[in-house]
Design a protein around this ligand. Structure first.
Ligand SMILES: Nc1ncnc2c1ncn2[C@@H]1O[C@H](COP(=O)(O)OP(=O)(O)OP(=O)(O)O)[C@@H](O)[C@H]1O
Ligand SMILES: [Mg+2]
Length: 242
């Protein structure tokens, strides 16, 4: 892990509604994610995980506070500039997948790389490799409508990695997976960890902590606990899952 911070938030806050209906979905969160870290943010349903992740990726505006992605302030950027910064630095796995219905699995995965200007050949090769790593080599030419929920989720994970992004933000990436598919995804995350990829995963799946360097517990929009794990221990726990 190197020292530079690739993702940073200060006083990050998002409110919904007003007066008696006011919800502080995310409440003054400070966060520093160093390059190469695998961070798991855990918490119960409704505690603000998706809202936090969307703000970190510049997909949703905070009510208050600041976010820097790759050293650039993303929360005040124009939509267009934020989209460009995301294209160049970020892979996002949505809780609801958001695949393009009219594109096959492999076309969905390679799209981000093509938009960023990679050669079609190289983008296709990487997309097929990623699909293979999430256990979907034989589903590459299927449309999302011909895939199960868990298979779509794995396509969404492969897609987030297609462009070799600086940071991957993943929202509940194993929420629809059985234990075999979860293991495929954990193995992939473990591999990413060893290659120095920065990964932030929000989840209520405790198995994710097996491949994390750091675990933050979230309650009612705020961080309740922040612990650094010893990487060697993470490896051991992970081995226990096989
Ligand atoms: N558009 C909205 N309008 C009003 N309240 C919202 C809106 N979106 C989210 N909330 C509220 O904000 C809180 C945080 O929601 P969020 O989706 O971030 O939770 P989460 O931790 O991702 O939950 P889950 O684990 O179920 O995905 C919840 O109480 C939710 O009801
Ligand atoms: Mg959520």
């Amino acid at each position: 892990m190197t020292g530079s911070t690739v993702l940073q938030a200060r006083g990050l806050t998002r409110q919904y509604g007003q007066n008696s209906g006011l919800v502080r979905a995310v409440d003054e969160v400070d966060l520093d994610v160093p390059a190469g870290q695998t961070l798991a943010i855990m918490g119960p349903s409704g505690c603000g995980k998706s809202t936090l992740l969307h703000m970190l990726g510049g997909l949703q505006r905070p009510t208050d506070g600041q976010v820097w992605l790759a050293g650039r302030r993303i929360d005040t950027m124009s939509e267009r500039a934020a989209a460009r910064l995301r294209r160049d630095t970020l892979g996002f796995v949505f809780q609801a997948f958001h695949l393009m219905d009219e594109l096959t699995a492999v076309e969905n995965v390679e799209l981000a790389a093509l938009l960023a200007g990679q050669s079609p050949r190289r983008a296709r090769r990487r997309a097929l490799d990623l699909l293979d790593r999430v256990g979907l080599a034989d589903r590459a030419t299927h449309l999302p409508s011909a895939l199960s929920g868990g298979q779509r989720q794995r396509v969404a994970i492969a897609r987030a990695l297609s462009n070799e992004p600086l940071v991957v933000l993943a929202d509940e990436p194993t929420g629809n997976l059985d234990s075999a598919a979860t293991l495929d995804v954990l193995r992939l995350f473990e591999e990413l960890r060893t290659t120095g990829q920065t990964l932030v995963v929000v989840t209520h799946d405790a198995r994710i902590t097996a491949v994390a360097d750091r675990v933050i517990s979230m309650r009612d929009g705020a961080f309740a606990d922040d612990s650094q794990l010893v990487s060697a221990t993470a490896g051991t726990v992970y081995n226990g899952l096989r």
